[in-house]
Design a protein around this ligand. Sequence first.
Ligand code: AMP
Length: 114
Amino acid sequence: MQNNLIFENIIKKKIPAQIIYQDEKVTAFKDINPKAPVHILIVPNFFIASSNDINKKNKSILGHMFYIAVDIAKQKKISKEGYRIIINCNKNGGQEINYLHMHLLGGKKLKSFS
Ligand code: AMP
């Protein structure tokens, strides 16, 4: 399976995933290999390969993804202590799945980049 199809199939509920939120624009589900007690992926319901493919027409989806990520952080009660939102892009950014996604990570002190 082309790896972008994994997320497409999760959105369409053709393969199992722990979906915690879905609306007409985005889907959020638990990462299969969590790097923190809370590790959730937020994806658009339509295909965008990476942040390089954000354009004038589709840019509003990022605001909605961000809004939902913060809302989930509040629901999971990690917002006060803090969390990290990450979008990896391509090889050097560590993007493994070629389908734009936002990571929401929290529930523990995350390692600093510096
Ligand atoms: P990235 O390295 O930014 O492309 O992140 C891809 C993420 O997708 C990784 O954290 C994986 O653990 C996660 N992942 C891969 N396959 C699945 C799946 N079937 N269900 C949930 N998460 C997945």
